[in-house]
Design a binder for this molecule. Structure first.
Ligand SMILES: *[C@@H]1O[C@H](CO)[C@@H](O)[C@H](O)[C@H]1NC(C)=O
Ligand SMILES: *[C@@H]1O[C@H](CO)[C@@H](O)[C@H](O)[C@H]1NC(C)=O
Ligand SMILES: *[C@@H]1O[C@H](CO)[C@@H](O)[C@H](O)[C@H]1NC(C)=O
Ligand SMILES: *[C@@H]1O[C@H](CO)[C@@H](O)[C@H](O)[C@H]1NC(C)=O
Ligand SMILES: CC(=O)N[C@H]1CO[C@H](CO)[C@@H](O)[C@@H]1O
Length: 531
């Protein structure tokens, strides 16, 4: 995929540098990658080798107490970036962070009891009639992943949304929820094209009652290739499915997560009679477009000035264009642009990170959660258990907003924060120390890339550094706190040899200072975006 979340594309691209540079055979002889080596550097490498091969001793020497536990086996919960707790447990732990949620009017009468969780504590909230009538919510998925991804939304995201449209590449049903095959809306020439071979395979598998998930696995990635063809007919179907009340068309994917109360606050501040096409910007070359997985929101005016002029022309002009494009969301931005409708960035309200990857602190701290992407069904459910309660409070006027990212930090991330985690990465971006760039650097710089302890020490030296990660001969550090994700340990590697493992660490004291100093979002939730 060419797409990357906003403000991150260039930085993440650099990730390639951190992958190990040598193959397994070389590694046995020389535990560090050495691109070009002079005599002086050779000394450094010998030294490094000694430090690293003395393993624990070397690490302990680098930063005493920190590395005491490095040989201990991983505990199971270290692998959970986003723990899956029971809904009742989550809600009560959230409620125990009293400052976060206590509002002046709430105190005496909270609808959820904090007593021992029982199933009745987690009973669904009643839907409030009419609340979301002005939205048409469109979720796009594919027949091969429908049960894996879309099912959870039926019981959560979509439960109180009266007007929905489910887009797929085969006609299917889950209970009352119908999934529409929009590929069939393409013209016959496009349908016959080789790029749609998977669609035809899937059609015949459906007729024979074959397992579509298994078909997708056999066809390795071909199912995903259908995705780009769905966007143009999806927008046509959405226009046709509007009701007299529809002001906003909200396009999501089945691995997106949404907080409706925050979404509604965001949209109520905008005029749907203006041609809004809101999204999280992504770029292909220099062309900006709204990233599909982050959620795209199109106003009634924008729809009526484009697809609404003539659904036939819309399909004739843009339906087959997917044959020549990589990505459907990019194609859609071109289609809207041809009607004079440019995307407006709603980042970071609409955004494509999940809990593990989002820069929780300080960037998102007082920002409301509106969308996330790459969210597992279990996490949609966990989030929902919490958001349903806060959304209800917003609807009752007892809160001015639903969940903020700092609530996400407090509930899902803080409990598993620790000084360091083994086999953990995707964190740190603001500083980078590598052999290639710092082979002639200061002692501190050389130590930083040479070992996790040196990397941690370097982070300690930078006042603003809140976390670091070490892998190979690279140390990365960052101002923002990201929860990160487990990384699979390289085959045959050993915890003793630090550079074959990802290790990430946090400056817990700095992080705690930040959370204390920013315990209150003094200006409330920050719903601003540039427009
Ligand atoms: C939570 O409430 C208790 C008791 O009301 C109070 O002592 C404590 O300071 C509060 N915590 C925060 C973070 O406000
Ligand atoms: C949309 O963007 C293009 C440049 O990419 C600009 O020329 C055009 O005026 C913009 N249209 C509107 C309505 O702002
Ligand atoms: C909501 O916002 C208003 C105006 O900013 C403020 O006066 C009020 O206290 C807030 N209500 C809650 C429950 O936070
Ligand atoms: C480090 O110094 C050596 C010898 O002077 C030189 O060949 C090499 O290019 C330098 N490396 C960097 C990254 O500047
Ligand atoms: C978003 C991102 O950068 N993900 C990376 C996390 O780390 C794994 C393993 O190092 C990479 O494969 C991902 O691309």
């Amino acid at each position: 995929m060419l797409k990357s979340p906003p403000n991150r594309s260039s930085r993440w691209e650099k990730d390639g540098e951190t992958t190990i540079l040598i193959n397994d055979d070389d590694r046995r002889e020389l535990p560090v990658p050495v691109p070009r080596m002079t005599a002086g550097q050779a000394c450094l490498w010998v030294l490094t080798f000694l430090i690293l091969s003395s393993g624990l001793i070397g690490l302990v020497a680098q930063s005493s107490v920190t590395w005491r536990g490095i040989m201990q086996p991983l505990e199971e919960d270290q692998h959970l970036a986003f723990p899956e707790a029971s809904p009742a447990g989550l809600v009560s732990s959230w409620k125990s962070t009293n400052e976060t949620i206590t509002t002046p009017t709430e105190s005496a009468q909270t609808p959820i009891s904090t007593s021992t969780p029982t199933p009745s504590n987690t009973k669904e909230m009643p839907c409030i009639p009419g609340l979301y009538d002005d939205m048409l919510v469109v979720i796009k998925t594919g027949a091969s992943v429908m049960y894996d991804r879309a099912l959870v939304h039926i019981h959560t995201t979509l439960r109180c949304i009266p007007h929905t449209l489910l887009i797929s590449d085969a006609e299917m049903d889950i209970g009352n929820y119908h999934f529409v095959d929009v590929i069939q809306d393409l013209d016959p020439d496009t349908l016959a094209h080789e790029q749609l071979e998977y669609y035809r395979l899937q059609q015949s598998a459906l007729q024979k009652n074959e397992d579509l998930g298994a078909l997708a696995q056999r066809s390795k990635g071909k199912a995903w290739d259908l995705d780009k063809f769905k966007f143009i007919p999806m927008v046509k179907r959405a226009w046709q499915a509007r009701t007299p009340q529809t002001k906003w068309f909200i396009f999501l994917e089945a691995d997106s997560l949404v907080d409706w109360a925050n979404m509604k606050i965001m949209l109520d501040a905008k005029d749907s009679d203006k041609p809004w096409y809101l999204g999280a910007p992504s770029w292909i070359n220099d062309n900006v477009f709204a990233h599909g997985g982050s959620g795209m929101v199109v106003s009634h005016a924008a729809m009526s000035q484009s697809v609404g002029k003539s659904t036939e022309d819309w399909m004739v002009q843009w339906g087959s264009a997917a044959l020549n494009e990589c990505c459907g969301d990019y194609l859609l931005s071109r289609a809207f642009k041809s009607f004079g409708i440019n995307m407006t960035s709603a980042y970071p309200l609409l955004q494509g990170d999940n809990v593990a990857l989002a820069p929780l602190m300080p960037d998102l701290w007082c920002r409301p959660v509106v969308t996330m992407h790459h969210v597992k069904p279990s996490h949609v459910a966990s989030y929902w258990a919490l958001a349903e309660y806060s959304m209800q409070q917003v609807a009752e006027g007892r809160r001015n907003h639903s969940l903020l990212w700092r609530d996400i930090y407090t509930i899902f991330v803080e409990p598993s924060m620790q000084q360091y985690k083994l086999d953990w990465d995707n964190l740190s971006l603001d500083w980078e120390f590598t052999f290639a760039k710092h082979e002639n650097g200061s002692e501190e710089e050389k130590n930083a890339f040479a070992s996790p302890g040196g990397c941690e020490a370097m982070c300690r030296r930078e006042n603003e550094c809140k976390q670091w990660s070490h892998f190979g001969m690279t140390c990365k550090m960052s101002r923002a706190v990201r929860a990160g994700e487990p990384v699979k340990r390289e085959k045959g590697s050993n915890a003793l040899f630090a550079q074959t493992n990802h290790i990430s660490g946090w400056m817990l004291d700095r992080i705690n200072t930040y959370t204390k100093q920013h315990a209150i979002c003094e200006n409330g939730a920050d719903f601003k975006f540039n427009d």
